[in-house]
Design a protein around this ligand. Structure first.
Ligand SMILES: Cc1cc2nc3c(=O)[nH]c(=O)nc-3n(C[C@H](O)[C@H](O)[C@H](O)COP(=O)(O)O)c2cc1C
Length: 326
């Protein structure tokens, strides 16, 4: 049982917490109170959530220039009728690889052989690993039996995982998935089997179902704990409304997870992942302004500027409205 009693910028005090989740982070004072040092650097991995339609060249260039991430996962590269040619994959990876950081290429599709072939191309071009998207809720994607639709076909997921893992050899193959289609308990239909297949090196778990899209959910902790149990020894990265708060860090510890993946909150605060990693970072508003200044200097199209301003400040913000009127 976890009860987070109070939080300050640098410390969280946990009550009735049975396991120190990471001895390097937790200093036991008097059982059952644990004092978590939030300022200490850790081995946890902090990932930017892949964002199709947002992570275009100017966006990725800005992130790279400001050194905002330690690793990338690309948005999905769709693999449907054919394996995308080498030069398409190279173009897709280019701005991410320019960071010099590890880049995981995310694929989406339902054909094991085509996905395996594309994975090989990605690795040969410099991707550090391959990820399979099993969570995209887009109606079009689901209609084509990809993304979130895969969750209804556990044996198909396992078959793809085996084929892609074989193709990438000793490079990391990971799966990004949601809880299920309509009921989060569907996770029990596929995750234990996929974990047991031995084909997946890391899981990224977005705790909503496909039907929940981006809605708020009440029992996030219960879902994360269930997934952690089912993932067994395979590293699990948590995803879904997380940030650099003590609550997020407590979940990380309680689930003995390998890291956090953060998408929209990172877009609202571009230095958020640096803050998670205990690196220098300005306050959130200064960070947004700096990000937008560097982004605009790259002369992105007007639509991209609007999209980024909307994600940084929100549609009701004066910054976004002023841009709309220009
Ligand atoms: C605009 C947008 C595009 C996204 N594109 C992808 C994608 O290409 N691949 C993927 O796995 N998830 C994608 N996601 C999902 C996010 O990576 C993440 O799993 C989800 O937003 C939940 O995390 P958050 O609550 O931190 O935002 C996208 C989300 C958004 C908002």
């Amino acid at each position: 049982m976890l009860n987070c009693l109070f939080l300050t910028k640098n410390f969280a005090v946990l009550l009735k917490y049975p396991f120190p989740f990471d001895l390097s982070r937790v200093e036991k004072k008097a059982f059952p109170i644990y004092f978590i040092n939030m300022t200490k650097k850790s081995d946890y991995q902090f990932w930017p959530g892949p964002m199709e339609g947002v992570a275009h060249e100017e966006f990725v260039g800005t992130v790279n220039e400001l050194d905002l991430v330690s690793r990338w996962m690309t948005p999905f590269l769709r693999v449907s009728e054919i394996a995308p040619p080498q030069k398409t994959v190279a173009r897709f990876l280019k701005s991410f690889l320019a960071s010099g950081k590890p880049v995981v290429l995310q694929l989406m599709g339902d054909d094991p052989a085509l996905l395996a072939e594309t994975a090989k191309r990605g690795i040969s071009l410099g991707a550090s690993g391959i990820n399979l998207n099993c969570g995209c809720p887009s109606k079009r994607v689901v209609r084509h039996h990809s993304g979130g639709a895969m969750l209804k076909q556990p044996s198909q997921i396992t078959e793809i995982c085996r084929a892609v893992k074989e193709a990438v050899g000793n490079r990391e193959f990971s799966l990004k998935f949601r809880s299920g289609s309509t009921d989060w308990r569907e996770i029990g239909d596929f995750l234990p089997g996929v974990a047991a297949s031995g084909a997946v090196d890391r899981f990224f778990y977005h705790c909503r179902t496909v039907a929940e899209a981006y809605n708020e959910i009440a029992n996030r902790r219960e879902r994360f704990l269930a997934a952690a149990e089912m993932a067994g020894n395979i590293p699990l990265v948590l995803n879904g409304d997380l940030d650099d708060s003590a609550v997020s860090f407590a979940l990380l510890g309680e689930c003995r997870a390998a890291g956090l993946m953060i998408a929209r909150n990172w877009m609202r605060d571009p230095y958020l992942l640096r803050r998670c990693e205990k690196k220098d970072a300005p306050d959130a508003e200064t960070g947004r302004e700096e990000f937008f200044r560097v982004f605009c200097a790259k002369n992105p199209p007007r639509g991209a500027k609007l999209e980024i301003a909307r994600m940084l400040w929100g549609a009701a913000s004066p910054q976004f409205r002023a841009l709309c009127e220009k």
